[in-house]
Ligand binder design. Sequence first.
Ligand code: PGA
Length: 238
Amino acid sequence: MNFLRFDSEIAWINGIVSFWRDRLRTDPRLRICLPSGNTPIKIYATMAQSVQAGQVSFRDAEIFALDDYGGLGADDAGKCVNLLRRYLIDLIDLPKERFHFIHTDEPDLDGICRDYDKRIGSGFDLTLLGIGLNGHLGLNEPGSSPDSTTRRVEMHAPTIAASAGYLQHSHLPTWGVGVGLAQLLGSREVWLLANGARKAEIIRRAMKEEITADVPASLLRRHPASYLFVDAEAGALL
Ligand code: PGA
């Protein structure tokens, strides 16, 4: 695992976006898996500015949403697809048909999962991930199999509690559908992103303690091209 630690949040954002622009310029057809959550919001805003300034383009790229909640209305602002649209997709030049997301409100979820895996096909070139306070990656909660593919997941209590921060109402989701560890660990490059003091302890556990499915983020240490991007606060215990 490669460690990249930045002195401030702004340096962390600019560092990640600079690496990302570089990857896109090298491979304009990049197939990218992206998370929602609070962690990437400012990164997406800065990337959108780069696109608007003509520094880089998503014209030939492809973006896959990492996961989404079930049981919320399609227009719910807290749904991952809507967050991604709001902060990135609607602000960049990605052709609409090159944005893939998970239709969690369809009745045939098994079919939806199979179709998503088929679209992912040969896999992602680049995957960006946040980390949950319990070490989860997307909806791969502690104990998830490293072989898991896209599937319905019952969310663990800390993940349900965290969802309240993205919603404008108190009806919290209890399940969702997420890309599995097989595809995340199979991505050509994986970047784990963390900022702020509240992430310092789980980053320490994931990077310094045993590599175990009980802390899914620790599995990234076995990946040949994984990068940890932390600001000074999230990296304080490394
Ligand atoms: P956050 O969530 O980016 O809002 O901290 C990360 C996660 O739970 O995966």
